[in-house]
Write a protein that binds this ligand. Structure first.
Ligand code: ATP
Length: 383
């Protein structure tokens, strides 16, 4: 069983908390993604899991074992880095076999003649051969086993690094942005390979990325972090449809969720600028108390025309099958998102090629069926 349990895990670097009281449980065979902007502490958390960084306080358990005081080698975890970390002077086969050789390592393995002989013997044992062959087959590396890393593409090198992690057959795989050195196309195909790998090898995966698409497509659950703290821990769907605060709401989804200043008026409904909209059924229970709110609506839930809100086109971006239209509202304000991006314009996703031009007046209608409300402090208001 390789469930992972973190209890109040904290890391302080020179007075600064890189991880602050992190507590969550990862089930056996789960694919957990640690997601968040640069510097939020996700690598530090992963390195503490691996034992490459000591915890300042808190506990880490894997299955029944407490591991936070154990050295990395005693934790039965394999780590895959962004930089591949392959041995350049070894063939692909030797790179993949290396962890198995190290398991039987003796001091005389360093001697050129005897050591070389011993390593080849390990490589030739039927169990090792079959494991390496199976691994190479899973990762489509069979034809490259005799090549050296320098002759491989980035994607192939990362597959070798994955192979080296796989042959150890660890309970836990830890991966730190393993795809970030690859170009966009390769990243997409490697993403699929890692999902397949997780299904086939069946370990518990913890995967660090700052890429929301990777997180949404690969994770069974996501821990979305900011400033050393977990903002929300949930399935990709929960995080998308049920964000805990405006940071989560705007971090997930492209373009980001619109946050429009609004007011609940018990007599009238939801007042947005000079428009009044009925509160949708799922938010109806919030209608009894007057309060200022931020109305969260995805760009996909807005349509041009219909007339609820008026504004002017600021920018039109054509992205293939759809266009993203940025609109400055005449009578309503959008909230400045707290992660620094400009929140001045409302974004609308329009199917197909939009002929709109900057400066044109437009009206907007809102589908509030999946709208969410936040307090002006950014915290989600729940029914
Ligand atoms: P990135 O995606 O840029 O790698 P991250 O979310 O993985 O970011 P970490 O690398 O975990 O973030 O860093 C979290 C914070 O801890 C940062 O402020 C960083 O500067 C700091 N930090 C990380 N490692 C050390 C270290 N060895 N010494 C001092 N500060 C560190």
């Amino acid at each position: 069983m390789a469930s992972i349990s973190l209890k109040g895990v904290t890391k302080i670097f020179g007075g600064k908390k890189a991880a602050n009281q992190i507590t969550f449980d990862v089930a056996d065979r789960e694919f957990l993604v640690l997601l968040g902007p640069s510097g939020c502490g996700k690598s530090t958390l992963l390195r503490m899991l691996a034992g490459l960084e000591q915890v300042t306080s808190g506990e880490i358990h894997v299955g029944e074992r407490r591991v936070d005081a154990l050295p990395p080698s005693a934790r039965d975890m394999a780590f895959v880095f962004q930089s591949y970390a392959l041995y350049p002077h070894m063939t692909v086969k030797r790179n993949i076999t290396f962890p198995l050789i190290m398991r039987k390592h003796r001091w005389w393995f360093h001697l050129p003649l005897i050591g070389g002989f011993a390593k080849r013997r390990i490589e030739r044992t039927p169990a090792v051969r079959s494991l390496v062959e199976r691994t190479a087959k899973t990762l489509a590396l069979t034809d490259m086993l005799e090549q050296y890393p320098r002759t491989l593409s980035g994607g192939q090198r990362q597959r070798v690094a994955l192979g080296r992690a796989m042959v150890r057959q660890p309970d836990v795989f830890l991966m730190d942005e393993p795809l970030s050195n690859l170009d966009a196309k390769l990243r997409t195909s490697m993403r699929a390979e890692i999902i397949k790998l997780h299904r086939e090898v069946g370990g518990t995966f913890v995967y660090v990325t700052h890429d929301q698409i990777e997180a949404m497509t690969m994770g069974t659950r996501i821990a979305l972090m900011r400033d050393g703290e977990v903002q929300q821990f949930g399935t990709p769907r929960e995080i998308y449809t049920d964000p805990a605060n405006t940071f989560v709401a705007r971090f997930i989804g492209t373009p980001p969720m619109n946050l429009i200043e609004a007011r609940i008026d018990p007599q009238r409904g939801l007042v947005v600028g000079d428009a009044v909209l009925p509160l949708p059924a799922h938010l109806g229970a919030l209608g009894h108390h007057a309060r200022d709110v931020l109305l969260g609506v995805r760009p996909q839930a807005l349509t041009l025309g219909g007339g609820a809100l008026a504004g002017q086109v600021v920018l039109v971006e054509h992205v293939g099958a759809e266009s993203i239209v940025s609109i400055k509202l005449d009578h309503a304000n959008t909230a400045h998102s707290d992660e620094g991006a400009s929140g001045d314009d409302v974004m609308v996703v329009v199917q197909g090629y939009s002929d709109l031009r900057a400066g044109q007046p437009v009206t907007l209608s809102l589908d509030l069926g999946e709208a969410v409300l936040f307090g002006r402090d950014g915290k989600r208001i729940r029914v």
